[in-house]
Design a protein around this ligand. Structure first.
Ligand code: IMP
Ligand code: MG
Length: 167
């Protein structure tokens, strides 16, 4: 099909590159994965990670329009309050307005402690940024378009596609 933006091979190659950096830089890592969009990225990334790796999950919901996460709320977190992490890495599907990540970092800072906090966003869409932040690892920077597949949903479906497509 013609609307493929990033192929399965491109995604996996990039995740391997990022995993190799992670393997060479840290001696252990906890991936804090956002449900549901970050799951595909995190699970595939974790398969290329060879250092001790723990996986935890958070679910954050946005209110208002599905493409505009202006108001966000935490719905679930698999980590107990007060836990300490050596290397904690947030993994999410897309860094768009930045509201989700901004909320999550504040939540983490209010509830856990860590030595190092890192971020890994599969996609960076820099055009609608409201809350900016330095991202440790970006998979791909894309233009301002709505995409789906590989974790990203099109009206709740299509997350299971192995590639990323544009509408
Ligand atoms: P934020 O705008 O950076 O807070 O990102 C909020 C959320 O909007 C992301 O986690 C995605 O769930 C969703 N989102 C943003 N852009 C897209 C897209 O192109 N396709 C599917 N979901 C998106
Ligand atoms: Mg998301």
């Amino acid at each position: 099909m013609s609307n493929v933006l990033i192929t399965q091979e491109q995604i996996q190659t990039r995740l391997k590159e990022i995993a190799e950096e992670i393997n060479s830089k840290y001696d252990e890592i906890t991936l804090l994965v956002t449900l549901t969009g970050g799951v595909y990225t995190a699970i595939d990334l974790s398969k290329y990670i060879t250092i001790p790796c723990r996986i935890e999950f958070v679910k954050i919901s946005s209110y208002g329009h599905e493409q505009n996460a202006g108001i966000v709320q935490l719905k679930y977190c698999s980590i107990e309050r007060g836990e300490h992490f050596k290397n904690l890495m947030i993994v999410d599907d897309v860094f768009d307005t930045g509201n989700t990540l901004d909320f999550l970092v504040k939540y983490i800072n209010n509830n856990f402690t860590y030595d190092n906090l890192y971020t890994m966003m599969l996609l960076d869409k820099p055009f609608r940024r409201e809350k900016d932040m330095d991202i440790t690892y970006v998979g791909f920077t894309i233009k301002d378009e709505f995409v789906y597949g590989y974790g990203l949903d099109l009206k709740d479906y299509e997350r299971n596609l192995t590639e990323i497509r544009y509408v």
